[in-house]
Design a protein around this ligand. Sequence first.
Ligand code: NAD
Ligand code: MG
Length: 396
Amino acid sequence: MGAGYRMKRVSIFGATGSIGQNTIDLIRRDRAAFDVIALTGGRNIDQLAADAIALGADVAVTAHDDLLDDLRAALSGSGVQAAAGTQALIEAGSRPADWVMSAIVGAAGLRPGLAALEQGATLALANKESLVTAGPLMLQTARRHDARILPVDSEHSAIFQALAGEEADAVSRVIITASGGAFRDWPLEDLARATPEQAATHPNWDMGQRITIDSASMFNKALELIEAREFFGFTPDQIEVVIHPESMIHALVGFCDGGLMAHVGPPDMRHAIGYALYWPKRQALPIDILDLAAIGQFTFRPPDLRRYPALRLAREVMQTRGLLGAVFNGAKERALDHFIAGRIGFCDMCDVVDEVLTRLSARDGLIDAEITLDTVAKADHLARVCADEVAQKRAG
Ligand code: NAD
Ligand code: MG
């Protein structure tokens, strides 16, 4: 190691998932540049242990207490520590690191991400749920601890890149693209009968099961609209969605002089992950070169709100803000659980979330309360309980 050169200390939350594995792929290709501190996962102990050993991590953490013995056994003799449970995840977030990938799926990603910000790390944020449930808390925590959040969602990375060197007040509009998901071309009347297996296939991206189903319903795009509102501070009427079936343009930023900057690339998350990993520098990445002449054309169409009613709900959340984002996300996560379990239909998911938003918006003081870990946890909990009730009623 030369003088003045220091390895970047990195931790990966959700290391066994789709984003986590793509992150590990990049780190393996540039092994000497990184010192791996913590890797976390869920039930896939074999993968977690194998990666922790191969990367020489200090600690591997499973979210599940009951799997601690299995993890210990898988790591035995390797020198990698084993830990388990929610508290251990948060502690892993507090281990000194320069760069932390937040790629747990769902609201469970919030607390480890905050712990990483509190120690001043750069947080590469794939876990959009953190910004949807607690955007102001995330940004305030980053400011207070001189930490930085870098977006990893492909659309938000695209916006971030298009904004580099620009004045914020020169931006007039932002256009986020959507593939349209598995049911883009299905007859509307067939949607109610769509199965979880059908919803869990994506035309262009290879992602975790939950985000793939959320792409079919566009709950994923709904989360991304809210994420863009919270992270960049755009007003709701500045943020648009357009269906772009090729998934090559990830977002466009429009400026007051009429210019529109588009970010173009193949649907490979390693670009956005790598951009955040090496930021502010750019580094060569294993991304396919696009042959535009072979692709021939990029197409666009407006999203049909009858097919994607989640987009309408996102508008409501972007306008109201406060704890409505936590309610929206909690209700969405439970509705998705019920759909995956076969208890409600595909179209019921949006109806369940809509009803939860209506019911909980009417509760005195709930939505307007200050956004803290406690109020977010309470709103999230109430939303899940309420979503269970509403889903039960529909199923029964
Ligand atoms: P995934 O399901 O493939 O992986 C999720 C990871 O989180 C796994 O490591 C799993 O073990 C862990 N996990 C799940 N539940 C947990 C819990 N309760 N506590 C702790 N750990 C838990 O998901 P993914 O597709 O990699 O997505 C991860 C995040 O990145 C999500 O927020 C998603 O919206 C976002 N994202 C993903 C993509 C993508 O291409 N996959 C793109 C943009 C944004
Ligand atoms: Mg995205």
